[in-house]
Design a protein around this ligand. Structure first.
Ligand code: RFL
Ligand code: PHB
Length: 394
């Protein structure tokens, strides 16, 4: 066993883990990041596309905003639609806050580059990560490195940033942790296509055949989604079938709007789930990002919540390990969970308002709600405030 010492062990090199390491380094706190996958695998995962106002602000303040501001696309709002009607909700007019379209792959690349530039210790392709003595002052983590050697890392604090499938959430003992979960009766079929977006800003569309969304990654790459039944096999969806369904649900031909199809470069089916585990702290173990909570993607909140968690956690850990002041660390779980539950509600609300369940009564309620949100200033402001994002620390 090769023993080593650091101040903080971070499990997971996704956006939560690497951003936390970055924010800790800026406060003079040393950390080691342990990641199960390879650097290339983590960098290539296509996921989130929308950054909230406060996420952009935080990344900019942390010195990570240059490429975002050059290559990202600032959006004033979204289009909300149902058959024969499309409404633009202008978040800037409604709340004074915009959002940015900048893929998670790009955020990840910026974080990896910054980590390399400051000489951050990141161990990729580790296995057997196990957390020990979490309720004492000196927890430690054991793992097997990529070359097969066994290691022990002694630290002051361990942070689980290892997503929905990592070991950290289960390291909180059964009698201590509590979880809440909702599985939705539908999934998303997502595609990436080499075609210019047919819209200036994202379109969220309710349709009796199911929800559809038009997002984008760049002036030449579009990202689109279709509601499909759980258990759908992508092989059943030819490119033509996908484009036909998108055209029908997004309203091709209505008021002169056209959806331009193009070559599909990626196709996948994503299940939808809401999940929250509490508390987000147990002794010297802290959970952040998807390790503690999952939201369905309809509200574009997952990555933003991960960023908000580590924004709270970095100063708390710095005070704990540098000044031995536990006040912020003690407050972390409750403070983070206030925003987590707000975003969990918003994501559930967007999801259940926009996805069809086949129940005719539910459909009329959804349409009534959509009409109110799109045409009442109070309704539109509620959506805008949550979508553009509540302040970190809300
Ligand atoms: P991640 O990104 O899952 O990273 C966790 C990391 O931990 C590693 N890991 C381990 N490492 C060591 N040992 C182990 N035993 C380990 N087990 C796991 C994993 O390999 C991984 O590298 O979690 P993090 O950092 O908390 O970040 C969360 C976000 O990735 C996630 O919430 C978003 O992608 C969600 N999401 C969206 N969020 C938004 O804010 N806006 C969006 O528009 C948006 N769209 C989306 C999304 C997620 C999607 N999918 C695929 C789930 C669209 C999609 C399609
Ligand atoms: C995306 O671009 O992938 C995206 C955008 C908004 C969402 C979900 C996903 O709500």
């Amino acid at each position: 066993m090769n023993p080593q010492r650091s101040q903080v062990a971070i499990v997971g090199a996704g956006p939560a883990g690497l951003l936390l390491a970055h924010l800790l380094a800026a406060r003079g706190v040393e950390s080691v990041v342990l990641e199960a996958r390879s650097e290339e695998y983590v960098a290539a995962r296509v996921r989130a596309g929308v950054l909230e106002h406060s996420t952009v602000q935080l990344l900019t303040d942390a010195g990570l905003g240059n490429r975002l501001r050059e290559q990202g696309d600032e959006h004033r709002g979204i289009h909300l639609q149902w058959p024969h009607e499309r409404h633009h909700l202008d978040f800037v007019d409604l709340t004074g806050r915009s959002v940015w379209v900048y893929g998670q792959t790009e955020v990840q690349k910026d974080l990896v580059d910054a980590a390399a530039a400051r000489g951050q210790d990141v161990r990729y392709e580790v296995s057997d990560v196990a957390l020990h003595e979490l309720t004492g002052d000196r927890p430690h983590v054991t793992f097997t490195a990529a070359d097969g050697t066994a290691h022990r890392l002694d630290v002051d604090a361990v942070v689980g940033c290892d997503g929905s499938f990592g070991p950290s959430r289960a390291a909180v003992p059964e009698g201590v942790r509590r979880s809440w979960e909702r599985t939705y009766p539908y999934s998303w079929l997502g595609i990436l296509a080499d075609v210019a977006p047919s819209t200036d800003e994202l379109i969220y569309a309710w349709h009796p055949d199911g929800f559809a969304m038009h997002s984008m990654r760049s002036p030449t790459v579009s990202r689109l989604y279709l509601q499909v039944p759980n258990g759908t096999d992508v092989a059943q969806w030819s490119d033509d079938r996908i484009w036909d369904a998108l055209a029908a649900r997004l309203g091709h031909g209505q008021d002169g709007w056209e959806l331009t199809p193009g070559p599909i470069t990626g196709k996948s089916v994503l299940p939808m789930r809401s999940y929250v585990q509490t508390p987000m702290r147990h002794g010297r173990l802290f959970l952040a990002g998807d390790a503690a909570h999952t939201v369905p993607p309809t509200g574009a909140k997952g990555l933003n919540l991960a960023v908000a968690d580590v924004a709270l956690l970095a100063p708390a850990l710095a005070a704990l390990v540098r000044e031995r002041d536990p006040a912020l660390a003690d407050a972390y779980s409750d403070a983070a969970l206030r925003r987590v539950w707000r975003c969990t509600h918003f994501s559930w609300w967007m999801t259940t308002m926009l996805h069809t369940s086949g129940d005719p009564f539910d459909e009329q309620l959804q349409l009534a709600q959509l009409r109110w949100v799109a045409t009442s200033e109070a309704g539109a402001t509620g959506l805008a405030e949550n979508y553009a994002g509540l302040p970190i620390g809300f």
